[in-house]
Design a protein around this ligand. Structure first.
Ligand SMILES: NS(=O)(=O)c1ccc(CCCCO)cc1
Ligand SMILES: [Zn+2]
Length: 261
């Protein structure tokens, strides 16, 4: 991986991330496979997403995914409840997906992948001053994972896919105001939760994962628009289509996965 930064290719993909990020071989890495039997924990309350005053800022292509960033300078959009001791502030959301007709989720359920996975990234601003401090702390982040399966058009996803032609190349960004990710939630907020990590470098073991059991449906056409994005910048000779930007499941290493009701 000399010089050529981490990515999802043969030379710089998940199998070699450990060379620059040794925590890749750690004891609480993500994603994982969610097995059939998960212990139900009646003490686990509902997860609450207070996004009514959320402020989206822009949508950008960071060379690894397409990301919608939020104003997280105050507690205007937080999640709380469930396994969380504090409220966690919404910072950004992004996606992971596969190639045409291939699955691209990061977490798998009883060995099965979904077409894509949406991550709503939140940080513990009660205990940490900055996102990057929280991102390196064991109780710093809470990521809500939502599975996407192919089916009917998603009524609201078009606002995101329509903006993608503006952020085709790595390093591009455009205004993206007034988007409330509540419209991307499934009808049920039942979830699995476990302690894990960022699924991309720096792979910090700082994430309380909250995976919603119910997937949302998006059309193959909508997913196809994700694949118009490129890993590479406008000025680069190589034109690498952004797809298969997912890390495969990692060893559970004795961790407990809990299920809300
Ligand atoms: N795929 S993920 O939700 O685990 C995720 C979320 C956020 C980051 C950015 C970490 C920046 C550390 O300074 C990286 C990965
Ligand atoms: Zn992610």
């Amino acid at each position: 991986m000399k010089g050529n930064h981490w990515g999802y290719g043969k030379e710089n993909g998940p199998d070699v991330w450990h060379k620059n990020y040794p925590v890749a071989l750690g004891s609480r890495q993500s994603p994982i496979d969610i097995p059939h039997q998960v212990s139900h924990d009646p003490s686990l309350g509902p997860i609450v997403l207070d996004y009514d005053h959320c402020t989206s800022i822009n949508i950008c292509n960071n060379g690894h995914s397409v990301v919608v960033n939020f104003d997280d300078t105050d507690d205007r959009s937080v999640i709380h409840g469930g396994p969380l001791e504090n409220p966690y502030r919404l910072s950004q959301f992004h996606f992971h997906w596969g190639g045409k007709g291939c699955d691209g989720s990061e977490h798998t359920v009883a060995g099965n992948s979904y077409a894509s996975e949406l991550h709503l990234v939140h940080w513990n601003a009660v205990k940490y001053k900055l996102f990057d401090h929280a991102a390196a702390a064991p109780d710093g982040l809470a990521v809500v994972g939502i599975f996407l399966e192919t089916g009917d058009d998603h009524r609201w996803l078009h606002t995101i896919t329509d903006a993608m032609y503006m952020v085709k190349y790595k390093g591009s960004a455009t205004d993206f105001k007034g988007f409330n990710p509540k419209c991307l939630l499934p009808s049920s907020l039942h979830y699995w939760t476990y302690l894990g990590s960022l699924t991309t470098p720096p792979l910090h073991e700082s994430v309380t994962w909250i995976l919603l059991k119910e997937p949302i449906a998006v059309s193959e056409k909508q997913l196809g628009k994700f694949r118009l994005l490129q890993f590479t910048g406008e000025e680069e000779d190589q034109r690498l289509r952004m797809e298969n930007n997912f890390r495969p499941p990692q060893p559970l290493k004795g961790r407990r996965i809990r299920s809300s009701n």
